[in-house]
Design a protein around this ligand. Structure first.
Ligand code: RP5
Length: 173
């Protein structure tokens, strides 16, 4: 069974972006935008830990053979997906806590970050900054062995610095 779709860059995906629900997309799209900006081949898939457990197991079991080198996993509430994916594959998992309806994502954050010793999930900030930073951290890791990617990352940081230097204090009284 092939459950992975939605690859939108040329070449086989090296980064998998998975999320527990389509309702997570508004957050997870910020990770996708970063990967697209850097031209890193990736795929996107809804894999719900509690509603599609067998699909989740299959995704994790095949990740290495499919050439994935990083998995960015976003989920909200009792956010099992990143930790379960980390348990299913040695491919590094980067967890994104999605804001939840009642606890504003603090539940998601604690669910993802408090992994017991032995199976790590690199956990990022709640929400869109976390999604974007997860992708930037994947890029930084891959850039340690990819000089072209490293140059892109350095240029990105430089643009960010220049944009900050150009900032003015807003009009005030
Ligand atoms: C989690 O439950 C998902 O990651 C999502 O953040 C949350 C709510 O899912 P939906 O009810 O919107 O499908 O599994």
């Amino acid at each position: 069974m092939t459950i992975f779709t939605e690859t939108n860059t040329a070449g086989p995906p090296v980064v998998g972006i998975i999320m527990g629900s389509s309702s997570d997309w508004d957050i997870m799209k910020h990770a996708v935008a970063v990967l697209e900006e850097f031209g890193l081949p990736h795929e996107m898939k809804v894999v719900s830990a509690h509603r599609m457990p067998n699909d989740m197991v299959e995704y994790g079991a095949q990740a290495v053979d499919r050439g994935l080198r990083a998995i960015i996993a976003g989920a909200g509430g009792a956010a099992h997906l990143p930790g379960m994916m980390a348990a299913l594959t040695p491919v590094p998992v980067f967890g994104v806590p999605v804001p939840s309806k009642y606890l504003r994502g603090e539940d998601s954050l604690l669910s993802i970050v408090q992994m017991p010793k032995g199976v790590p999930v690199a956990t990022f900030a709640i929400g869109e900054a976390g999604a974007a930073n997860a992708a930037l951290h994947v890029i930084a890791c891959m850039a340690t062995t990819d000089s072209a990617l490293l140059q892109k990352l350095i240029a990105y940081r430089h643009r960010q610095t220049e944009a900050a230097r150009a900032m003015a204090v807003p009009p005030h009284v």
